[in-house]
Design a protein around this ligand. Structure first.
Ligand SMILES: [Cu+2]
Length: 366
């Protein structure tokens, strides 16, 4: 499931060819400023030319090969903030972020990450190769005070940014996407912050025509407003689950109201019982909310509400959780995502439903 999700995102971003790159790319070190011991490094995308409307994940994109070292010097850093901003040709922020689609910070490839993670941290760091994802309505991530992602300054990262345009009436124009990463240097801190690990869970629907046999157990189900179970027509990104079912995280939603449920076990995602300290979520337009339930205790732990613009073309805001107190999560509990779409249009719309979690990585050691 985890592997499938990663593959899906790489494919989703239209960058599947990147793995074939042979030479080591030249890395940018960005523009760094500092305030109260916190460093912020900025990277700018190339100009992205918007010449037509683009569906989600089909807009022009940019990839920067980056690291946060000064002169290649290796030091322990603690990442605290990630921000993506739409700017004009002069690097001035635009008033509307409606041209922002997706952005992420991730390792060049999964194998390199596994090797580095073992060599640098003895495998004690519970991060996947992808560290940050920004989506429409949630273009920044700020951890609660005292929590951060640990990294060495010379770890090779890539910053991907992608534009979106869902407005058919416009003159062609250019934008750039600015990525800001903020961090502390371990050497400057009297005490290290608490390390965060990360995982994400997507609703993955069985693809229409390949639905599981009647009565078989599957981790995902869809019911319409009348409680009738339906299966999805896939838009893209299909992959086979371990049980052989073809599933998709990017599906069509017919007109009407639907609730999508995705089950998972705590042990599928966590190495130990711990607490969640930051949760954000991703829905497409017409998505209304996505909830995290502890189904062992039958209690809702968190709900992210979506706000969409009046024409239902762009998600303006997704509410998040960020807190030092944390939300307990247990390896022996069962959990469920419940995402609701209310498609008030007359046609099928495309949709996704994902939650991104940061947890206290209590066994992390340098
Ligand atoms: Cu999406």
């Amino acid at each position: 499931m985890k592997k499938l999700a990663l593959l899906a995102i790489v494919l989703a971003m239209g960058i599947s060819g990147i793995g074939h790159m042979v030479s080591t790319p030249r890395r940018e070190s960005g523009i760094t400023t500092t305030e109260n011991r916190k460093y912020t490094t900025q990277f700018f995308s190339d100009l992205l030319h918007i010449d037509k409307p683009y569906a989600s994940m089909q807009g022009p994109y940019d990839i920067r090969h980056i690291d946060l070292s000064q002169n290649g010097k290796r030091e322990l850093l603690w990442l605290t903030d990630y921000d993506v901003t739409v700017v004009d040709e002069e690097n001035e922020p635009l008033s509307s972020q409606q041209y922002f689609c997706h952005a992420q910070i991730m390792y060049e490839n999964n194998d390199l990450f596994r090797k580095k993670n073992n060599r640098l941290f003895g495998g004690s760091r519970n991060l996947p190769p992808k560290w940050f994802v920004a989506v429409p309505g949630k273009s920044s991530i700020h951890f609660p005070e005292g929590f951060a992602l640990p990294m060495y300054s010379d770890e090779p990262l890539q910053a991907m940014t992608m534009a979106l345009n869902q407005n058919p009436d416009f003159q062609p124009f250019d934008i750039k996407l600015r990525t800001d990463l903020s961090y502390f240097k371990d050497d400057d801190l009297p005490e290290p912050p608490r390390a965060l690990g990360r995982f994400g869970v997507a609703v993955r629907l069985p693809v229409l025509g390949d639905a599981p046999a009647e009565g078989s157990e599957h981790s995902c189900s869809v019911t319409d407003a009348d409680g009738v179970v339906t299966f999805a027509k896939s838009v893209s990104l299909e992959a086979r689950e371990k049980d052989g079912t073809l599933t998709t995280p990017h599906f069509f939603v017919a007109p009407g109201t639907y609730t999508y449920k995705q089950r998972f076990r705590g042990a599928d995602q966590l190495p130990f019982d711990t607490t969640l300290h930051h949760i954000s979520a991703h829905l497409h337009p017409y998505g209304t909310s996505i909830e995290l339930w502890d189904t062992t205790e039958n209690v809702m732990l968190f709900r992210s509400n979506a706000t969409t613009d009046s024409r239902n073309t762009h998600v303006m805001n997704m509410t998040e959780y960020s807190g030092a107190e944390g939300i307990p999560m247990y390896t022996d509990h069962e959990y469920e995502l419940r995402a609701t779409y209310n498609n008030t249009s007359a046609t099928n719309i495309d949709a996704m439903a994902v939650m991104y979690f940061y947890f206290y990585d209590k066994n992390f050691t340098v």
